[in-house]
Design a protein around this ligand. Structure first.
Ligand code: ADP
Length: 500
C-alpha cells in the first residue's frame, strides 16, 4: 500500500505559524496551494514600561487550537498529512522544567527591553568585538541570550537547575516541538539559533565564550539542526495520528524561503508594523560594514546558508499613527487613494523615527519629524509623505545590502500587510530603481515552513520544484527618472540628518 492516496490531492503539508499576536495553522496540497488557514490570537502582557511578556502555555494551546481547527475546516485527518513545518516569532525566550513541562517564568518577548542596560554595558565592554564577530549581530536586548540570563538570575534556584539540565531553554520553535513530541525532541534550527547571540554564526555551534559572557549553561540548550529535515514526530494523541515534524525556521527566514529566495542575491522585504528585509547570501558568511545583521538563512541540508538582514522599526506603524493618533484617515487602506490623488508631497517629508532609527543608522536617540511644510501642505501631502517614508527607509536597507555584498539586487519580492498598497509599491519601485514583485500568496511565512518540511519528506524534490510554484500577482516597474530619484533621495537624506 502506498503511504498516501495518490488519486486525491494527498499528501498534505501542515504549517504552524506562531507569530507575535496569534498562532496560525495553514494546510497546503502537493501543488503548494494553500487550502486552509486558521488563526487563534493570544495575549501580550506589559507588566512594566518596556517589558513585554507572553504565557508560553497559552501560546501552545492557541497553536493546537489553530491546528485542530484548520484540519476540521479542510475536512482532512492527521493521517493524510505527510509533513509539518514550524515557523515562529524569533528571539522570544521560554525556560521550562524538563520534568513537569511547566514554564518557570513568563516568556520574554523579542520586543522586551528589560535587559537593555545590561546589553549597553556589554556593548561597552572588552567582549563587545568578540560577540559581534562571532554572532554577526549588533549587541542588543532583542536577542535571546540576555533574556535567558535574566530568567536564570531572577527565578530562585534557576541557575543550578540549568547547570543540571533540569530546566530547558527554547525559542518558541523549540518549545512547541518539545510539547508536540511529548518531550522527545529538544531541538532548534540554525535560523533561530543565530538570533540567540550564543551561536557562532560560522560554525553553527553554541560557543563556549559566548555562553560564559552571558552566564548560560550549555546543558539547558537545544540541539541545533538544519531547517529542513525530520526532528521528531507529533505525538498521535495530539491531532489523531503521528505527523513527521520536518521543517523549522524563524519567521523572517521562513518568509525568505516562502518567497522562493533560495539563491544568493534574491531579496524580500516584509512590510508590517516595521519592515524586515533579507537578502540571501549563499554559503558565504556575510560581514556587514554597514551595520546590518549577519544571520543564517534556512538550509535544506547541512551546508550552512547565510543572509543579510536589516530592519526598519516604524513602517506600517506610521500609517497606524496617522489613523489612531492624528485621526487623518479612518482605515490604513484609505491612504492609497489619498496619496495617489496628488502628484507629489510638495516637499513635505516625514521621518518616523518614533523609537530611534534602525539599520543602517542604529541611532536610538533620533526622534521623528515632519519638515518642508508650507501653507499649501494638507492632509494628502502628509499621508503621502508617510507612505513615502516607508519606501525611503527600505531603500536605505537595500543600498546597505548592496554595499555590503558588492552585488546588485535585481528585484525586490514583497509581502506583509502594507504590501497590498499599490501606491506604496509603485513608489518603492521608483525610489529603488528596481522592479518590486508581489507574489500571489503573500502568506510567505507559513508557506516557507511548509516548503522546508515538504522538501524534507520528499513531497517536493527541492528548491527548484518549490520555486516553480511561486507566482507573481503584480510586478511594479520603476518609472521615475534617474535625476528625479537622486534629488528625492537627497531631500530625504537631509530630513534624516535633522532627526539626529
Ligand atoms: P504585523 O505582522 O507587523 O502585525 P501586518 O503584516 O499585519 O503587520 O501589517 C499591518 C501593518 O500594515 C499595519 O501597521 C498597518 O498600518 C499597515 N497597513 C495595512 N494595510 C495597509 C495599506 N493598505 N496601506 C498602508 N499600510 C497598511
Amino acid at each position: 500500500m502506498p503511504p498516501f492516496n495518490i488519486i486525491t490531492e494527498m499528501p498534505y503539508v501542515l504549517s504552524l505559524d506562531e507569530g507575535t499576536t496569534s498562532a496560525r495553522a495553514a494546510l497546503y496540497n502537493q501543488r503548494g496551494e494553500r487550502i486552509g488557514m486558521h488563526s487563534v490570537p493570544f495575549e501580550c502582557l506589559y507588566p512594566h514600561p518596556g517589558w513585554v511578556e507572553q504565557d508560553a502555555t497559552a501560546i501552545w494551546r492557541a497553536q493546537m487550537d489553530a491546528a485542530s481547527a484548520v484540519l476540521l475546516q479542510a475536512k482532512i485527518g492527521a493521517a493524510d498529512i505527510a509533513a509539518c513545518g514550524i515557523t515562529n516569532q524569533r528571539e522570544t525566550t521560554v525556560v521550562w522544567d524538563r520534568r513537569t513541562g511547566q514554564p518557570i517564568a513568563p516568556a520574554i518577548v523579542w520586543q522586551c527591553r528589560r535587559t537593555a542596560d545590561f546589553c549597553a554595558e556589554l556593548a561597552r565592554s572588552a567582549n563587545s568585538e568578540l560577540i559581534q564577530n562571532k554572532t554577526g549581530l549588533v549587541i542588543d536586548a532583542y536577542f535571546s541570550g540576555s533574556k535567558i540570563r535574566w530568567i536564570l538570575q531572577n527565578v530562585p534556584d534557576a541557575c543550578a537547575k540549568a547547570r543540571d539540565g533540569e530546566i530547558l531553554f527554547g525559542n518558541i520553535d523549540t518549545w512547541l516541538i518539545w510539547k508536540l513530541t511529548n518531550g522527545a525532541a529538544h531541538v532548534t534550527d540554525y535560523t533561530n539559533a543565530s538570533r540567540t547571540m550564543l551561536m557562532d554564526l560560522a560554525t553553527g555551534e553554541w560557543d563556549g565564550d559566548l555562553l560564559n559572557v552571558l552566564d548560560v549553561p550549555r546543558a539547558m540548550l537545544p540541539e541545533i539542526r538544519p531547517s529542513s529535515g525530520r526532528v521528531g514526530m507529533i505525538h498521535a494523541d495530539l491531532l489523531g495520528a503521528e505527523i513527521p515534524l520536518s521543517g523549522i525556521a524563524g519567521d523572517q527566514q521562513a518568509a525568505l524561503a516562502g518567497q522562493a529566495c533560495f539563491r544568493p542575491g534574491l531579496s524580500k522585504n516584509t512590510y508590517g508594523t516595521g519592515c524586515f528585509a533579507l537578502t540571501h547570501a549563499g554559503s558565504r558568511q556575510p560581514r556587514s560594514v554597514n551595520r546590518l545583521l549577519g544571520t543564517r538563512a534556512a538550509s535544506l541540508d547541512a551546508t550552512p546558508q547565510f543572509a543579510v538582514e536589516g530592519s526598519v522599526f516604524i513602517a506600517g506603524a506610521v500609517i497606524q499613527w496617522l489613523r489612531d493618533s492624528l485621526g487623518l484617515i479612518s482605515t490604513a487602506a484609505e491612504s492609497e487613494a489619498i496619496a495617489a490623488a496628488i502628484p507629489d508631497t510638495g516637499g513635505v517629508h516625514i521621518v518616523p523615527a518614533f523609537v530611534g532609527l534602525g539599520a543602517p543608522h542604529w541611532d536610538s536617540s533620533a526622534r521623528g519629524l515632519i519638515c518642508g511644510l508650507t501653507r499649501s501642505s494638507g492632509k494628502a501631502e502628509i499621508v503621502r509623505a508617510a507612505l513615502e517614508s516607508i519606501a525611503f527607509q527600505s531603500r536605505e536597507l537595500i543600498d546597505a545590502m548592496e554595499a555590503d555584498s558588492g552585488e546588485t539586487i535585481r528585484e525586490l519580492r514583497v509581502d506583509g500587510g502594507a504590501a497590498v498598497n499599490n501606491f506604496l509599491m509603485q513608489f518603492q519601485a521608483d525610489i529603488l530603481g528596481k522592479p518590486v514583485v508581489r507574489p500571489a500568496d503573500v502568506e510567505t511565512t507559513a508557506l516557507g515552513a511548509a516548503y522546508l518540511a515538504g522538501i524534507a519528506e520528499k513531497i517536493w524534490s527541492g528548491a527548484e520544484e518549490v520555486e516553480s510554484f511561486w507566482r507573481v500577482e503584480r510586478r511594479f516597474e520603476p518609472q521615475m527618472s534617474e535625476t528625479e530619484r537622486a534629488s528625492r533621495m537627497d531631500a530625504w537624506n537631509t530630513a534624516v540628518r535633522r532627526t539626529k
